[in-house]
Design a protein around this ligand. Structure first.
Ligand code: ATP
Length: 321
C-alpha cells in the first residue's frame, strides 16, 4: 500500500483583518509532485492563503505544514524549502537580467553557472545584458520565475503568475510549470483564469468566502454539473421558442446570444442526447442550423458552484515595463 505524502496540508486556517474574515477554516491537501490550482473570485482569500502558507503572515487559528514543516513553529524550515513568485516581479530594474540572476545565485550560494543555465532555459539569454527596466512584463515574469528556481524548491507558490500577460508569455509560463511538476516539484497556483487551472492543475480547489467550497480534478468538477446543450436557430425570431424548449428539456435557465442566434443551457439529465434535442426542436417546429451537447466549461462550473462569476480581468495584456 502506498501512502500519499502531502507537500501542503492545512486544517481549519483562519485569518482575520479587523472585521474582514479573509480565511474561515481553509483545508488544503496537496500531494507531493502535483499541481493544485486555487481558484476563486476577488477577495475569496487566495492571496491570504498563500501568505499564510509561505509564512508571510501568521494564521489566527488552524494549522498548516508545508514540505513537512509547520508554518508557525518552523517558518525557517518552510522558507528553506519553498519559492514564491507573485503577480509583481521582485527583480531589480536597474540591474541587467544576468546581474539579477547572478546576484541571487551568490546570495543563495549557488554556482554562477546556474544563473546562466536559467537564462538559457527561460529564453532570456539574448536580453540578459540589458537593464530589466526596459524588458516587457512577460520577460520580467520569466526572470522572476527563474530567480525562484536558482535553488530548486520542494514547493513552488505561484500567485496569479500570468495575470496581465499576453497569450505567448502565458504559454511560456505554463510550459515551465508543467516541466517543473514533471520533475517532481509541487506547485500551488492561484489564478483567476479558469483556462489556466484547466490546463495545469491536477486538482482544483474552488475557494469561496475563505473556505474550500469544492475540490476535484477539472474533469470531476465538470462532471459534477453535467453538460452544456446548445442550439443555433435558423430564424432569429424563434430564439425565444428555442429558449423555452431548452428550459423544458434541461430544467435550467437558458442563456441567449442573439448575435449568434444561439441558446444554451446546463443539463444534468443523462437521457438528453443530441438526437432527442434535435427531435424535440423538430416537434416544436423550431428549425435549427446546428445543435451540440458539450462538456461544460470551467466558467459554467464556477458559476454553478459558487453562484458567482470568477474575477474577470480585462483580458490578456502585456504589463508595461
Ligand atoms: P484577489 O483575487 O482580488 O487577489 P484574493 O482571493 O486573493 O483576492 P485576498 O487578497 O486573500 O483575496 O483577500 C481576502 C479578504 O481579506 C478581502 O476582503 C481583502 O480585502 C481582505 N484583506 C486581505 N489582506 C488584507 C490586509 N492586509 N488588511 C485588511 N484586509 C485584507
Amino acid at each position: 500500500m502506498t501512502t500519499t505524502t502531502y507537500a501542503v496540508l492545512s486544517e481549519g486556517l483562519h485569518k482575520r483583518y479587523g472585521e474582514v474574515h479573509a480565511l474561515r477554516g481553509l483545508d488544503l491537501a496537496v500531494p507531493e509532485g502535483t499541481v493544485c490550482g486555487v481558484l476563486g473570485p476577488n477577495g475569496a482569500g487566495k492571496t491570504t492563503a498563500v501568505r499564510v502558507l509561505t509564512t508571510l503572515t501568521a494564521p489566527d487559528a488552524g494549522s498548516a505544514r508545508v514540505a513537512g514543516c509547520d508554518v508557525v513553529r518552523d517558518p525557517a524550515g518552510v522558507r528553506g524549502r519553498i519559492a514564491v513568485t507573485g503577480q509583481y516581479a521582485a527583480v531589480d530594474g536597474d540591474l541587467t537580467g544576468a546581474e539579477n540572476l547572478r546576484l541571487f545565485a551568490r546570495l543563495l550560494r549557488a554556482p554562477r553557472a546556474r544563473a546562466d543555465e536559467l537564462l538559457e532555459r527561460f529564453e532570456l539569454a539574448g536580453a540578459a545584458g540589458r537593464p530589466v527596466r526596459g524588458w516587457s512584463g512577460g520577460m520580467r515574469r520569466r526572470l522572476d520565475l527563474a530567480v525562484s528556481l536558482i535553488v530548486p524548491p520542494r514547493v513552488l507558490f505561484l500567485d496569479e503568475p500570468t495575470t496581465g500577460l499576453d497569450p505567448h508569455s502565458r504559454n511560456g509560463i505554463w510550459d515551465t510549470v508543467r516541466a517543473l511538476a514533471h520533475q517532481g516539484t509541487t506547485v500551488l497556483l492561484t489564478t483567476q483564469y479558469l483556462e489556466e487551472a484547466d490546463r495545469l492543475a491536477d486538482e482544483i480547489v474552488l475557494v469561496d468566502d475563505g473556505r474550500a467550497a469544492h475540490r476535484g480534478s477539472p474533469a470531476e468538477l465538470k462532471a459534477l454539473i453535467g453538460g452544456w446543450a446548445e442550439v443555433v436557430v435558423a430564424d432569429p425570431a424563434r430564439l425565444a421558442d428555442a429558449a423555452a424548449l431548452l428550459d423544458r428539456l434541461t430544467g435550467s435557465v437558458p442563456v441567449l446570444d442573439a448575435d449568434r442566434q444561439t441558446v444554451g443551457a446546463l443539463t444534468t439529465d443523462p437521457t438528453l442526447t443530441l438526437p432527442r434535442l434535435v427531435r424535440a426542436a423538430d416537434a416544436a417546429g423550431v428549425p435549427l442550423l446546428d445543435a451540440a451537447l458539450r462538456p461544460p466549461t470551467l466558467d459554467a462550473v464556477f458559476l454553478r458552484l459558487t453562484g458567482r462569476s470568477p474575477a474577470s480581468p480585462t483580458g490578456p495584456q502585456e504589463v508595461p515595463a
